[in-house]
Design a protein around this ligand. Structure first.
Ligand SMILES: Nc1ncnc2c1ncn2[C@@H]1O[C@H](COP(=O)(O)OP(=O)(O)OP(=O)(O)O)[C@@H](O)[C@H]1O
Length: 620
């Protein structure tokens, strides 16, 4: 029975990926919850039926009071069957209807709506470009992925559980009282208007107040997480006291905003009790007056009293449900700022996969300033022949990594284009482009998974033999075999810690090298691929690396010039431009920037501080 309701909607069902999700909250929720339409209709019907049953029961109690005022000997004879039918209904039918309502709510809607939204929101966010992630905080994105789904669940729950039910209930109460005596509608009608006004007053103030509280809480989270993630810096600078006062400021701000929010609830509660007093005295008093005039029975007074007492009990709950509905809508709206953003970097319509023949790269008038006036790349034109091995050097901030990232289409270039084997990379599918390019980065962060999983990113489904061979070539097999994580997993099964923090920089880099070797893609981009290795390991890897480059088009960025001196051609970048282009010997003979770098290298490194003035110009 549980399983039936739990499986009514499949939260992982296929759906059309949307590049531009709705910008407004209700269409957004409706689009995500399309699969729940039938369930929503059923839930509405059940809510209305439940409210009708509640009202009917109160009406029936009035009827019971009325028949009890007659001759006791006759009651059973005249109304026995009706009383038994009423008892059977209360004992059997009502629980069954209630069970269906609750099961739809608790088993079908609540767990599945949250799951569906979390799954799809994550899928949507993962499709965003690298540039999009660079403009936000990973913590904030994750927070919104976590808090939006339960908020949407809560909104739908309140709509079907409280709002529909209470609207139907109030309507039923008006009908019942009007049926007993139309005059009784007057006090209830006045109360409904005043109650509506109170709800409006509360909602208008609670939404911004709770948003302020939620922002204040996010601020605490931000400061606390910032402190924990930078714990090295805090300890190193003995910054504990300053950290505490920084945190206390945010905590105090949260307390103040929470106090302001709670004042609203206090005012709301007191107003509600006063208003409900008016309801009870108004409706019951009016009913008693009608009874005194002989125009209403004792049953009507009893039913009216039961009705308003029940309403009295419900009003706090309805008020809470309404305010929480609006509060949760606010959370959904905030979440939408992240999870409903259009995907800016998409495959061109009808994009074909990249058909790689030889691996020739043409870069035409390429400029990319990251939305600013300067910095990044400035009008690069460059041809790299198929199979050519190119070294890229230049000061820090010269634009080397930008060039490499544009080749992978992590961003769309602001001007110019890149062709691979004659195909514009903006017109082919992103996946096919990245499948053909192997990359080892300077900042080689790993996923918080096992070593094996990290290696398999290079070639999903690779055999263990292939995996180990790549690790051996990258001088990584030995240390991997010695790894053990706190859960006792060893070797290739050991987990590497968040961003790979449990490994040394050189170990991480060797795993990323092994991954690129496993991928064996025809174009290879090496961005400071061996920068974290000690010279001994680097020397051991260098041969493998040269071997790996055979038959591939390679662009290798390096500060340690000795690692690229053997390349077919060396490009020197400065302030976003290519200023020198030639072989190692030719560039040395030319006596330009490269020759200066080479001459100034101490211990094989290009010293970034050698020419401070030019470095500042380069936009450092
Ligand atoms: N995501 C980004 N958003 C804005 N500006 C950026 C971004 N990435 C790089 N830049 C800027 O672009 C310029 C070139 O940076 P890039 O990382 O390409 O240099 P680089 O030559 O690779 O430097 P390094 O040798 O230090 O890695 C710099 O001025 C940098 O501040």
């Amino acid at each position: 029975m549980f399983r039936f309701f739990e499986n009514l909607v499949n939260p992982y069902a296929d759906y059309a990926h949307e590049d531009t999700p709705p910008r407004r909250v209700v269409p957004f929720i409706l689009q995500y919850t399309q699969g729940f339409r039938t369930v929503f209709v059923l839930a509405t019907v059940f809510s209305i039926v439940s409210a009708a049953i509640e009202i009917g029961l109160i009406w029936a109690m009035g009827w019971v009071v009325d028949i009890l005022t007659g001759d006791p000997g006759q009651v059973w004879q005249d109304h026995g069957t009706a009383l038994i039918a009423l008892a059977v209904f209360i004992l059997l039918l009502r629980p069954v209807l209630q069970a269906l309502d609750v099961a739809l709510m608790n088993q079908t809607m609540m767990p599945n709506i949250g799951t569906l939204i979390r799954f799809r929101a994550h899928a949507h966010v993962l499709r965003q470009s690298v540039g999009w992630f660079e403009n936000d905080f990973a913590g904030r994105i994750a927070n919104r992925i976590m808090q939006t789904p339960p908020a949407v669940g809560e909104v739908t729950f309140q709509v079907f559980d409280a709002i529909t039910f209470s609207l139907a209930y109030v309507l039923g109460a008006l009908i019942m009282l009007g049926d007993a005596d139309p005059q009784l509608i007057i006090p209830l009608g006045i109360w409904i208007v005043l109650y509506g006004l109170l709800i409006r007053w509360t909602v208008r103030r609670v939404s911004p107040a709770s948003k302020a509280s939620s922002d204040a809480r996010s601020q605490i989270t931000g400061r606390v997480v910032d402190a924990y993630t930078n714990i090295h810096a805090i300890k190193m600078f003995a910054h504990h006291d300053q950290e505490m006062s920084h945190a206390r400021e945010a905590i105090e701000h949260a307390r103040k905003t929470f106090q302001r929010e709670m004042r609203l609830y206090t005012i709301m509660d007191v107003s509600l009790v006063t208003l409900n007093g008016l309801l009870i005295v108004g409706v019951v008093g009016w009913a008693i007056a009608l009874w005194a005039q002989g125009s209403a029975s004792a049953g009507v007074v009893a039913a009216a009293a039961a009705l308003v007492l029940r309403l009295n009990g419900m009003t706090g709950w309805i008020m809470w449900a309404t305010t929480s509905l609006f509060r949760e809508l606010g959370i959904v709206q905030e979440g939408m700022e992240t999870i409903a953003q259009p995907i800016a970097l998409v495959d061109a319509p009808g994009a074909a996969p990249l058909a790689l023949k030889a691996g020739k790269i043409e870069i035409q008038s390429l400029s990319h300033h990251y939305g600013r006036d300067s910095g990044g790349l400035d009008g690069i034109t460059l041809n790299i022949a198929a199979g050519e091995k190119v070294g890229l050097v230049g000061r820090s901030g010269a634009g080397k990594s930008t060039l490499v990232k544009l080749l992978l289409r992590f961003y769309d270039a602001e001007q110019g284009r890149i062709l691979i084997d004659g195909q514009d990379i903006a017109k082919v599918t992103q996946d096919s482009l990245r499948h053909q390019i192997g990359m080892v980065q300077q900042d080689s962060a790993l996923l918080h998974r096992s070593v094996r999983d990290n290696l398999l990113l290079g070639r999903p489904g690779a055999s263990d033999d292939a995996l180990m061979q790549a690790a051996m070539q990258a001088q990584a097999h030995e240390f991997i075999m010695e790894l053990e994580d706190p859960e006792g997993r060893r070797g290739y099964d050991a987990h590497v810690g968040e961003r790979g923090v449990k490994l040394s920089g050189g170990q991480r880099q060797r795993i990323t090298l092994a991954r690129a070797m496993l991928k064996n893609a025809p174009i290879l981009l090496l961005d400071e691929a061996t920068s974290a290795l000690d010279s001994e390991v680097e020397a051991a890897i260098q041969d493998t690396l040269y071997g790996m480059m055979q038959g591939k088009t390679v662009i290798a960025i390096a500060h340690r010039l000795s690692t690229i001196a053997q390349m077919d051609r060396i490009l020197v970048m400065d302030q976003g431009r290519i200023v020198e282009d030639g072989s190692h010997d030719a560039l040395l003979a030319r006596g330009g920037l490269y020759a200066q770098f080479w001459a100034r290298q101490s211990g094989g490194f290009l010293d970034p501080d050698t020419d401070t003035d030019r470095e500042t110009e380069a936009g450092q």
